[in-house]
Ligand binder design. Structure first.
Ligand code: IVH
Length: 685
């Protein structure tokens, strides 16, 4: 790409992103979805990294860290606002019910009652009532922190200032969805068009845009509605079942969804889904699926959560929306781990209310398997919030001169060989082609640094994509270690750089100094090992407790293999850790960071727990819980659950008919206890 071409593309991107920002924040009628918007931002940042002198003063990449809509205070959620696991077909639902039964260890004669509710497509909110009075409302945000929209929510007709009736807890946070009825949405758009304003793309955007308004009178003028379907913090609960809770909530004067049904067993659940799916168009609001929730609350709390979604609930989606359009180009993106991802550039097309211009083609095998060629008319699909995908070409829509796509064998950013590795365990060739440039590839360096400073990792304020590009260009930063030497190396000279001054450089140094102490799990996540995201990093941190143990594991032959004993850590993670740490460059980064930082042992779920940090093996058959539940509970209390007994085992819990593991435990003189003793120790009896 020439400098001239880059300049043209940067100019176009700055203009387009600016327009999309205005649509999103001002009018709330975005034309492209988040993934397509992110792709534009990344493309711009890539170009700016490659041609730093073309960075414009008004580039959106300079506006790092601005509050999304500006002006709303933030609210921390005491109980996080979670999302839901998805099911797309009946087999997924059958798996869900089987998983629940297995986890709870239910006998064949015991039925699981499941509440089925429509899944309304709007904006999740949390309403806090103290002594029955409405005191605060917040958006979901990232699940942990949302925006304070109390004044906006107070304008909704359906939100009572005071709860009425019986058994009102001293404190309860009610959670639900703010939405617009289809008719109201269409009328709102007609009004907007009449006033020369851009219509909203779909009811969800309209609801979100109407609620998140700094000018409350705008919210008041919109006919927003609400369904309550869950709760967060609560001083007491008036019922022992989800359906009972919904009844109580309705009794307090809040709206709950109609068509809620308690179903028994798979057939009943699926029949409800089919019935409501058939009646979808008759409902006054858009729904995108049905949510199933285990009715008994004691079972819900036993089932608990995995990652960000409850084990006791599932969203059964209706089939995805599809459309056809022309594939204009295939671009290759290089990710943090060097993966080359083909991205389809499309003629803009409306898919179920959202305009799509880019879609993923996954990898070269997919392109070959589907025989997708530039110039083809293709079918694309948008399934919920997932990035749109290209399903395949429409046979009749191929121009005569369309040639099969030739996937590059070199990295489009650094020119290094791009290869498909063979997995040593399985002998299989990886579908993903990766740039071998490692830390010599600008794209990988930038993506890694970007990940390192990101919100869920080091979260360094004032060090965003633009600054990373600038510092890289200056030769100040090429690895995460350099971030912590920046002040020593650059000092006051930073203040003289373009875009900086005394205050901002001082603030940046302070922000970096602030992160010299960091929690162990964040640290592991920040390293950017393939397959090790937030959740796995937390498991690893809990397993190793502190960097010294991690270092030992890396240095011993079996240290990493042992990780497979941890629930949810499989061979892919282990292989990836081995590959990452066998690279001298990565080890140097790790050591450099450990020299400069103070790593806090990870805060355990239950530091008070007498079993925290203990290595536990369950053997024999347990009476009060299944093996899976025993393991999940023990891990929630900070214990590590292993599959086999060794000298490192602290406790062996022997159920009935325990065999060889119990024998081995006796030989090693380990602590052996019964299920009851274990429950008493773990405070669960
Ligand atoms: S329950 C812990 N119930 O869907 C359970 N969510 O995809 C949390 N939603 O964030 C959610 N209708 O915004 C639940 N009947 C329903 C729902 C519902 C719509 C939304 C909600 C949630 C998202 C997850």
């Amino acid at each position: 790409m020439t400098r001239k071409e880059a300049k043209k593309e940067i100019d176009d991107l700055v203009r387009d992103i600016g327009r999309h920002d205005r649509l999103y924040h001002g009018g709330d009628a975005p034309e492209i979805d988040d993934a397509a918007y992110d792709a534009l931002r990344r493309r711009l940042e890539d170009l700016e990294a490659r041609f730093p002198d073309l960075l414009r003063d008004d580039s959106p990449s300079r506006r790092v860290g601005a509050a999304p809509a500006g002006g709303f205070a933030t609210v921390a959620h005491g109980v996080p606002m979670l999302s839901l696991g998805n099911a797309f077909d009946e087999a997924d639902v059958a798996d869900f019910l089987a998983r629940v039964r297995r986890f709870l260890g239910l006998g064949d004669d015991e039925e699981v009652e499941v509440v089925a509710e429509p899944k309304v497509d709007g904006l999740a909110v949390s309403l806090r009532y103290e002594r029955g009075r409405f005191v605060r409302a917040a958006t979901r945000g990232d699940g942990h922190t949302g925006e304070d929209i109390t004044a906006n929510v107070a304008t909704l007709d359906e939100v009572p200032q005071c709860l009425k009736g019986e058994a009102i807890p001293d404190l309860i946070e009610l959670r639900g969805e703010v939405y617009l009825c289809r008719e109201d949405f269409l009328q709102l758009n007609r009004d907007r068009v009449a006033q020369d304003e851009r219509p909203f793309a779909n009811p969800r955007n309209a609801a979100a845009g109407s609620l998140r308004q700094l000018d409350v009178s705008v919210t008041r003028s919109r006919p927003l509605r609400l369904f309550i379907y869950a709760w967060g913090e609560a001083s007491t609960l008036p019922a022992a079942t989800h359906s009972g809770m919904l009844e109580a909530i309705a009794g307090w004067g809040l709206p709950v969804a109609p068509d809620v049904r308690v179903a028994r067993g798979l057939d009943d659940v699926l029949a409800f889904h089919r019935r409501i799916g058939d009646r979808r168009a008759e409902l006054p609001f858009d729904i995108d699926g049905v949510v199933y929730k285990v009715d008994r609350l004691d079972w819900q709390s036993r089932l608990g959560f995995v990652s960000r979604a409850p084990r006791w609930a599932l969203a059964h989606k209706f089939p995805a929306e599809k459309a056809t359009t022309v594939l204009r180009d295939i671009q290759i993106q290089v990710g943090r781990t060097g993966s080359l991802t083909p991205v389809a550039v499309l003629d803009p097309v409306n898919v179920g209310g959202v305009v799509v211009e880019r879609a993923t083609l996954h990898n070269e095998e997919e392109i070959r398997r589907k025989d997708v060629r530039i110039g083809d008319t293709v079918t694309i699909q948008r399934a919920g919030d997932v990035i749109p995908q290209v399903l395949g070409p429409v046979p009749a829509g191929r121009p005569d001169d369309a040639l099969p796509f030739v996937f590059p064998e070199t990295c489009p950013v650094c020119g290094s060989q791009a290869v498909r590795d063979t997995n040593a365990r399985t002998g299989q060739v990886d579908v993903v082609r990766r740039c071998t440039g490692g830390l010599r590839c600008t794209a990988q360096i930038v993506e890694r640094l970007r990940h390192f400073v990101s919100r869920q990792a080091f979260d360094i304020e004032g060090l965003g994509d633009r600054q990373i590009a600038q510092f890289r260009e200056k030769g100040w930063i090429s690895s995460p270690v350099d971030i912590f030497d920046l002040e020593e190396k650059v000092g006051n000279a930073l203040a003289d750089e373009e875009g900086w001054g005394e205050t901002s450089s001082r603030n940046l140094y302070a922000a970096i100094a602030d992160r010299r102490t960091i929690a162990f799990d964040r640290f592991i996540n920040a390293l950017g090992v393939r397959h090790v995201g937030e959740t796995t990093a937390r498991l690893l941190a809990r397993h190793w407790s502190e960097p010294a143990t991690m270092r030992q594991a890396l240095d011993s032959a079996s240290g990493l293999e042992d990780l497979q004993d941890i629930d949810s850590i499989g061979p892919a993670v282990v292989d990836s850790l081995v590959a990452f740490f066998s690279d001298a460059g990565n080890r140097a980064v790790l050591d450099g960071l450990l020299e400069r930082l103070t790593i806090e042992p990870v805060a355990r779920v239950a530091d008070y727990s007498p079993v925290a940090g203990k290595s536990v093996v369950f053997t024999g058959s347990l009476k009060t819980m299944t093996r899976q539940e025993a393991k999940a509970r023990a891990e929630a209390l900070g214990a590590r659950v292993a599959g086999s007994v060794s000298a490192k085992t602290d406790i062996v819990v022997a159920g009935e008919a325990a065999g060889s593991k119990l024998k081995r435990a006796r030989e090693l003189s380990l602590a052996v206890m019964t299920e009851e003793e274990w429950l008493a120790l773990a405070g669960q009896a």
